[in-house]
Design a protein around this ligand. Sequence first.
Ligand SMILES: O=c1ccn([C@@H]2O[C@H](COP(=O)(O)O)[C@@H](O)[C@H]2O)c(=O)[nH]1
Length: 233
Amino acid sequence: MSTDSPLIIALDFPSLDAALCLADQLDPARCRLKVGKELFTRSGPDVLEALHGRGFEVFLDLKFHDIPNTVAGAVQAAAELGVWMVNVHAGGGRRMMEAARERLDRHRLSTQLIAVTVLTSMEAEDLAEVGVAVSPAQQVEHLAQLAQASGMDGVVCSAQEATRLRELCGDAFLKVTPGIRPSFAETGDQRRVLTPAQAMAAGSTHLVVGRPVTQADEPMAALAAIEAELAGA
Ligand SMILES: O=c1ccn([C@@H]2O[C@H](COP(=O)(O)O)[C@@H](O)[C@H]2O)c(=O)[nH]1
């Protein structure tokens, strides 16, 4: 089932059972789901089959980053598992991203292909330590333009950069933004954050929300509060 909702709930759980326990409370008409490294490493493609069987569109967030041939094969494998969206690291470079795009096109696979710019957990000092001497915003702009020129459908960025990316890359270019923190939630390890309403106003096309819902005492109440904030925005 497809949904108009911008919400993507991150199922960062250590087991298939725990993930499905939450998924069974959610409605595929109201959100998409994200499967990341922990859950996929534990459960493999079974989790995708289970979520697809429940009607959800799934973002497989494995952030592939390797040589072009390897990433192209991994992206093809993900797409053939039927996921709605898959991602690579823009830092893998133009030839890597182009190889992934070409592989999907050659096999007529319509999975959305996006690239991670700068992780939302990183701030300027983190970038400096890995040898990037520009601000997160500047690095995001640079990598987003490279990703677009390399055939990506969009990027993962923080909502703080969404307005500028809308100017640079246009409305149709996807801005998938983790680091979403409603007023009731802790920031945790995230650094570049905005609230759900702020993120939509800034130009995010999709909001990735994990712990503010999954670790809430009442996950469905937390989700309802986010939906209410978006409806009132
Ligand atoms: O830059 C990025 C890229 C991916 N993520 C992922 O999004 C969720 C966020 O979860 P929260 O619990 O809401 O912080 C998580 O699965 C990350 O792996 C990201 O946060 N930042």
